[in-house]
Design a protein around this ligand. Structure first.
Ligand code: HEM
Length: 409
């Protein structure tokens, strides 16, 4: 017989108190491994071992709800999306096998190590310039000048979007997460929906240029797959993959850079370790990913009634995998609340997921963060955060990172 599920009344995930410091809730979350959230009508799974198991079990857990808005969007926003013909069929992050297996193979081939190596010189040059500008000025905003633009530029270069359209494309990405993972006002929903529709239309026009003239980029690879299997992988499927990729690659890595640099500044002795020995940077990247995860929770749907830790979760219920508490589970990480750039098991975090949906862009995200830290450590070792600044976070259940990070150098 299953036990009664504890109800989590105290934690309001869309309130500023939660987003400003979700880690304050870790003790209460980790005490009971499954808790029901009336706010979100979802079952929160909090411990490392259970999240790890869910991620690897596609028989009992579906990914169909990963992109579904947590609250029904306003009619006015739906009208904008419909008018723009925006529709995201299950293809990758929101698909289950066998559809997922089919699309994942194409995407994995297209984000090849060769393609990532090809991007590296451009990324290095771009980061060097950005850090040089901050150094020359004596102060800067890491979020605005590096964290937000770098992942966008990287993703757009991978996809193949022309460099001269970067500013336009970036403007369409602002606050996009609020539509799916937050609770935005009707006006904001409409504004974001308009940006999404504009991005969608742009993407479709871009795909047509690549269909007429394929080159060596991610989109052209998708186009080639479409030519091989036009019925199974349509032009709309390509658009949905590009759209999903640009979201998956952007806000996530922005948060990694801002959260990670913030934590290094707040734990000065850890920063000094990197200054003294930059070979520690790859492990520091893993600890940044573990300690302050850019994606705090991610969803699944129960395919049938299932028990987790003695609690019955009903068929079709929403399950929220609490990545942030799983990464702070003392059963998996010793002294998890300590930020330690030489932590041996740092790389075991669940921040990129696990199993068949494991993040396809993990090598690229790691590379971006490594390049940023290498440049900051080498060029502005005395960098510090401006004291007294209040960090603002966009309330939403998935992506978390500060919207500004002021530094002096
Ligand atoms: C720090 C940065 C990033 C984090 C924390 C992150 C996190 C994640 C997570 C947790 C998943 C798994 C979702 C699931 O199991 O349902 C995922 C999937 C994915 N990510 Fe990332 N990601 C990051 C950067 C990137 C980048 C840079 C790219 C692209 C270049 C990317 C592309 C993808 C794609 C395409 C998937 C879907 C994979 C699939 O469903 O098979 N991500 N990411």
């Amino acid at each position: 017989m299953s036990n009664t599920c504890p109800v989590m009344h105290d934690m309001k995930m869309l309130e500023p108190t939660f987003v400003s410091d979700p880690y304050a809730y870790c003790p209460a979350l980790l005490e009971a491994p499954v808790q029901y959230s009336p706010e979100l009508d979802a079952y929160l799974v909090t411990r490392y071992a259970d999240v790890d198991a869910i991620l690897q079990d596609t028989d009992q857990f579906s990914s169909s709800n990963t992109n579904v808005p947590i609250f029904p969007p306003a009619d006015a926003a739906i009208d904008v999306l419909k008018a723009g013909d925006v529709y995201l069929p299950p293809n990758l992050i929101n698909a289950d096998p066998p559809r997922h297996t089919f699309v994942r193979r194409m995407v994995a081939d297209a984000i090849s190590p060769r393609r990532i190596r090809g991007l590296e010189p451009f990324l290095r040059q771009w980061v060097e310039n950005a850090v040089d500008q901050i150094a020359a000025r004596g102060h800067g905003n890491i979020y605005q000048e590096i964290g937000f633009p770098l992942p966008a530029i990287t993703a757009f270069s991978l996809i193949g979007f022309p460099a001269e359209d970067t500013e336009l494309l970036k403007s369409w990405c602002d606050r996009r997460v609020t539509l799916t993972y937050g609770r935005a006002s009707e006006d904001e929903q409409v504004r974001v929906a308009e940006s999404v529709a504009a991005f969608w239309e742009y993407t479709n026009r871009f795909i047509e240029t690549r269909m007429a003239n394929p080159v060596d980029d991610f989109t052209s690879d998708m186009v080639r797959h479409h030519f091989e299997t036009p019925e199974e992988f349509t032009q709309r499927d390509i658009a949905s993959v590009l759209f999903g990729m640009s979201l998956a690659a952007h806000e996530t890595t922005t948060n990694l850079i801002s959260n990670g640099v913030r934590r290094l500044m707040e734990n000065r002795e850890q920063w000094e370790k990197l200054v003294a020995d930059p070979s520690l940077i790859p492990n520091a990247v893993e600890e940044c990913l573990r300690y302050d995860t850019p994606v705090i929770t991610w969803r699944r749907r129960a395919k049938q009634d299932i028990e987790i830790q003695g609690i019955l979760i009903p068929e079709n219920a929403t399950i929220m995998m609490m990545f942030f508490s799983a990464n702070w589970d003392p059963a998996r990480f010793e002294n998890p609340e300590v930020f330690d750039v030489v932590r041996k098991e740092a790389r075991n975090h669940l921040t990129f997921g696990k199993g068949v949906h494991f993040c396809s862009g993990a090598p690229l995200a790691r590379l971006e963060m490594k390049i940023v830290l290498e440049n900051l450590v080498a060029k502005v070792p005395n960098m510090n955060i401006v004291p007294g600044q209040k960090f603002e976070f966009t309330p939403n259940i998935a992506m978390r990172g500060p919207n500004s990070l002021l530094v002096t150098v």
